[in-house]
Design a protein around this ligand. Structure first.
Ligand code: SF4
Length: 229
């Protein structure tokens, strides 16, 4: 019952046939610019210490990002954004994450995805989301000091409700709609937990200016504040 055991179990999961086929095909075919690399090609576990008070939950690994490096958000443009922002917020010791063993250390934050395998077109199905959600439930349950979950995007927002219900949190009715900066505090067995919505750090948002660095920084600053400074 610790994070390392959970990470190992997640890494061996084969519950979603479509995603297993896709992650492994991508790892075999590779992108030309990474053809000399060994792709991970498996589910991507979370990253960060068990005493984290903040969690950041994204959508799913990118085919040539986390599915290549084996580390969440690492090796793609979305990761460039999130790790730089975590560094600016004082939650990471360096602003980049390029590969396992690059010296990155996270403090007080655990980063994970709602779905652990790279999906075709970055689009898991609702069934795949629901199949994967017990992994996130177990991961959050192994973070005893958790106070804030930053949810990147509406998919993760929707995925989190059943996870939190299963963990004993009382959910508001109707469910609050996702939005950037939306803040919802729930009462649960471990005390209050605040969800903070943020537009996802996908290129559709960062290239178009829908999500800017100051917008992301504001959410993470608020998360640190809510977690106790
Ligand atoms: Fe397993 Fe989740 Fe990957 Fe499905 S998406 S195979 S449940 S790790």
């Amino acid at each position: 019952r610790d994070l390392a055991v959970l990470d190992a179990r997640i890494s061996g999961c084969r519950a979603c046939p479509r995603l297993v086929a896709w992650r492994e095909e991508v790892a075999l075919v590779k992108r030309a610019s990474f053809r000399d690399e060994d792709y991970w090609g498996r589910p991507v576990p979370g990253l960060g210490p068990a005493d984290a008070r903040v969690a950041v939950v994204g959508l799913a690994p990118a085919a040539h990002g986390g599915n290549r490096t084996g580390r969440v958000f690492t090796g793609d443009r979305s990761g460039d954004w999130i790790f730089a922002a975590l560094w600016r917020a004082g939650l990471a010791n360096q602003p980049t994450s390029t590969h396992v063993g690059d010296g990155l250390e996270l403090t007080d934050v655990r980063v994970a995805a709602a779905v652990r395998c790279a999906p075709p077109a970055n689009a898991p199905t609702p069934a795949e989301r629901d199949t994967c959600s017990p992994w996130l439930a177990r991961e959050l349950a192994l973070l005893p000091r958790l106070r804030v979950v930053v949810v990147l995007g509406g998919f993760g927002w929707t995925a989190l409700w059943p996870v939190l219900a299963g963990a004993g949190y009382r959910l508001p009715r109707p469910r609050p709609a996702f939005g950037h900066g939306v803040e919802v505090t729930l009462e649960g067995p471990g005390g209050p937990l605040t969800l903070l919505g943020s537009y996802h750090v996908s290129q559709q948002n960062t290239f178009t200016g829908r999500l800017t660095e100051p917008m992301l920084d504001a959410v993470l600053t608020r998360a640190v504040e809510l977690a106790g400074g």
